[in-house]
Design a protein around this ligand. Sequence first.
Ligand code: URA
Length: 431
Amino acid sequence: MTILDIIENKKNRKELSQEEINFFVQNYTSGIIPDYQISSLLMAIVLNGMTLKEATFLTQSMMHTGKIIDLSEIKGIKVDKHSTGGVGDKVSLVLGPIVASIGAVFAKMSGRGLGHTGGTIDKLESIPGFGCYVNEMQFKKLLKKSNIAIIGQTDDLVPADKKLYALRDVTGTVNSMPLIASSIMSKKLATGSDAILLDVKCGSGAFMKNEKDATELAKWMISIGKKLKKDVRAEITNMDQPLGRMIGNKNEILEAMESLKGNGEPRFMELIYSSSSEILMQAKIVKNKKEAIKLIDDAIKSQKAYKKFIEMINNQGGDSKIICQPQWWNPKYKLIIKANKEGYLRLTNSVVLGTVAMKLGAGRQTKEDIIDNEAGIELVKVSNEYVKKNDPIMILYSSKEIDLSLSKEVWKSIEISKNLKNDPIILNNLK
Ligand code: URA
């Protein structure tokens, strides 16, 4: 078998065998096959597609190029959640402690943010002392002790995907459902969970711009999960608007804590309740949504979930006392955006707000950039809240002086109108 035979086969729309897929994945990862031949194969895949069988083989083959975590020694169903990336997305920081406090084992490996989307690891690392990089043994120890650990993806997790994704990024071959699905699923499945909930976002701040594409991607990932005997479910959610009231790092930690104390922004909490219920069903702790909601209400009201968050921070070396002090988040500069007329506010474009937050210092333009943990945006008003002329609607924060052009930029995502608009956050549930 040669790589040229494999390229020919894909060019001629033949289904690739498991051996052919293993051959190109392994030999590309180890540096034997050059970039230009794999670029050609990737383009043939983009143009001619893949069957579910091929995408499943690709997922398995990529998974096995690196370390696969074995969580079987931990009792119970291990659950994980993955978001395809959003603005203000602190769901795992709230959902994780909720489901862990109810008895599910929440084993999460998370990534860093790039561009307009933030990363859970960056948010957690804004807490002094918090460690995201632990080995497999420590990861299991944390899960056994507290039912929860959120750690960073290690370098030995699916090296084939790192190399292939970097090549796809520069060869116009990112946009293929089977390639995206196997890239995401290989990383999720390598981390050892039994059940995975996918939050596939669609809209202006999301990788998938419309519901049809988001649904198609979710179906690919669920089908790959089924073939590999994992319980994979998906929620299709709206990302035209940011999640909650905070975009940034320290400020999102504080918002997560407030949400766990029962003071979350209603639209954000709707997603938290929905995703947490689904995960509790996947963990077989409850039979239906009604039972789940009762337990979630209780976990929040009793502060069980909030205490679990503090326990997780302490377990991973974070200073949980300092984050409870009002001066912990203390940006030097702030700029208030005021309403220019009266009416119902509507945030229409989360990519604009994510990009402004990044420019304020809350995110990275390139992988090497250093994050300013004080920087970010507070949405004083969110969609469908009523504002009077000159009411503050948004506050920009940073450790450095704020470029005034950013205060113009945010208006690309703001509308004030006479009418309320129904904007559901959860568009569909799939399994
Ligand atoms: N995210 C991933 O992890 N992989 C893709 O291919 C696209 C988005």
